[in-house]
Ligand binder design. Sequence first.
Ligand SMILES: Cc1ncc(COP(=O)(O)O)c(C=O)c1O
Length: 390
Amino acid sequence: MDVIYMDNNATTKVAPEVVEAMLPYLSEYYGNPSSMHSFGGDVGEKIKEARQNVADLIGATPEEIVFTSCGTESDGTAIRAAIESNPNRKQIVTSRVEHPAIKNLYETLSKQGYRVTFVPVDNDGILDLDYFYNSLDDDTAIVSLMWANNETGVMFPVEEISREVKDRGILFHTDAVQAAGKITIDVGTTGIDMLSLSGHKFHAPKGIGVLYIRKGTKFSPYMIGGHQEHGRRGGTENVASIIAMGKAAELAKQHIDDNSYACVSELRDKLESKLLEKVSYSMVNGETKNRLPNTTSIAFEYVEGESILLMMNEHGICASSGSACTSGSLEPSHVLRAMGVPFTAAHGSIRYSLSRYNTEKEIDFVIEKMPPIIERLREMSPFWKQAVGK
Ligand SMILES: Cc1ncc(COP(=O)(O)O)c(C=O)c1O
């Protein structure tokens, strides 16, 4: 059975060009980039190239790019660096819909005496800006807001907000793990001080991330060790993955620049509109205007998301009922709860996240298979019987 992969916000296929670029650095070219000999030095040159490509993807300079092990490390490093370099400030301002990669760190920091303010969102997943600006004060060490939500794709206006925050002398971090590689990012025109990326969300392998640190930002490393990454992240470089990420960044930039992502959003829009048309009591979670081009979260009311996924799986269709990290628990996702999505809809929500590898044929297949799946499950659902009186 062919796999129809629509779970790209969980992780992506490593692009064949990326595999090709990284393989020699797992075999012939195994030198340490810090070595004095040219066998290692040549590897160092290749890392420089990768750093430039990642910088180009987000409008940064190579010196502002620090390679890490993943998006989670980048997020945690940014927050810890901000509070360590501002020891007199004890407040962190964030949103209620952040990824667990960062949300769970706040629980630890709250126990250590930090005041974490979680700004609410409305039914469409839009940030409450009045609440946000009223939360900022002289005690705020850092604002951290995700650029795009992993479950709904809804984007916060981080470019505008970061400029305002910077004017108030407060550090600004954004988790751009889902945005990077899908939309144009140009940090130079924003007030963003730190930004997190993860390679496996845009066709590089798992286990490689980046933290962008704007030149001049006060920073203390989380991983203290050797002089690697100019002392900002100790540890011998994950060479092959860094090279892979550089290649993936180069390809992603090409795809954004030549507007290939328009095809992805056309496919997403077709999938969404047809499913809404064919399945009664279905709706999109989150606003559809400022949204990632590849994501749609659709609530099929009165059915259970996990059961939907199992039946989709029988047809080889891969999607998600929430973020990869939250599925496995039957609790409705904290994102949908923060948006006030009713219980019966939150439970039946499926996230489809596409990539440039999806085809129209696949979309048509999913459009054909979904309505009977929902119908069968509703026939067995007591909620459905209660709601429609059958
Ligand atoms: C918005 C967001 N931030 C952070 C992460 C964590 O990235 P990583 O898996 O590279 O640690 C993810 C992963 O799903 C994510 O979607």
